[in-house]
Design a protein. Sequence first.
Lengths: 143, 143
Amino acid sequence: MKEELAKEYIALIPNLFGSFSEVNKNATALSHMQNHVIEYLSMLQRPLNLKEISAGLDIAKQQLTNVVSDLEVHGYVVKKPDPKDKRAVLIALAPKGKEIQEKKWSEIYNRFTHNLSKLNDEEQRDLQFALHKVNVLLTKMEG
Amino acid sequence: MKEELAKEYIALIPNLFGSFSEVNKNATALSHMQNHVIEYLSMLQRPLNLKEISAGLDIAKQQLTNVVSDLEVHGYVVKKPDPKDKRAVLIALAPKGKEIQEKKWSEIYNRFTHNLSKLNDEEQRDLQFALHKVNVLLTKMEG
DNA sequence: TTATTTAGTAATAATATATTTACTAACATA
DNA sequence: TATGTTAGTAAATATATTATTACTAAATAA
């Protein structure tokens, strides 16, 4: 039943919300918008041009000019010309930008492994199997 | 192996990011902060006082006074005194606020069911089983 | 009871974000 | 080639968010 399946998917989102919330609770020197940009680059896992970021974050490209150039000045991202389109500029995470994200992930990681103790061994095995299955199938669905 | 398990959990987050991104791409008349508040109330699924929202969204309570009172004036939330603490005020989603969230969920729902066609019947059954398992176990872990 | 902490409000100034208009260079197409 | 479109930049203005300080009323602890 497709309906039941979609409901399980929808239910998954609030279940992960705690972790997402955690991701955004950071004590960096970056503004909200700057954090969104770095997070978006990190999630998509490839360099993006301003148009893509603009569309993905639903903000005007004019805003990004400043936001991204600030990020570049402070070493969080690097800009390089897009070989496929001489008008476009590709934005990629610099090591300093990746660090920020890795720090957030490690907090999520720690919280998760801590809570894991509330499950017994069998449940932990079940969870691993189920998570793996979900990841494989969701990836296939996106592609 | 706890490590592998945590990695699967971490991998799940970018897999759901597309849907989260979708949730935030709305054409409402609300500001970012107002949207965050409504989203947070919707995710936690119970009335919250300003302190809880403030802590959850990592913003100062002083900001919330205005944000929430605007939301109240426009009918997205309702405020009522907390019976357990006469200083506190509980904020709950009004029907108009719930509508906004339901519209977002329905977009996610539609996108998901559309992509589902990329999986065959067996994969769909597997996904449903795995999602259910993940939801049950993550809920148990949080509690 | 008295002292201290806490939830919420309020007002101000400093930053950040959003909107509008306009421009350049590169791209796409008739 | 001529025409219209697109990616990015720029600057000015309006609005939103953040930070700081201060206050009230209720809760809590000594």
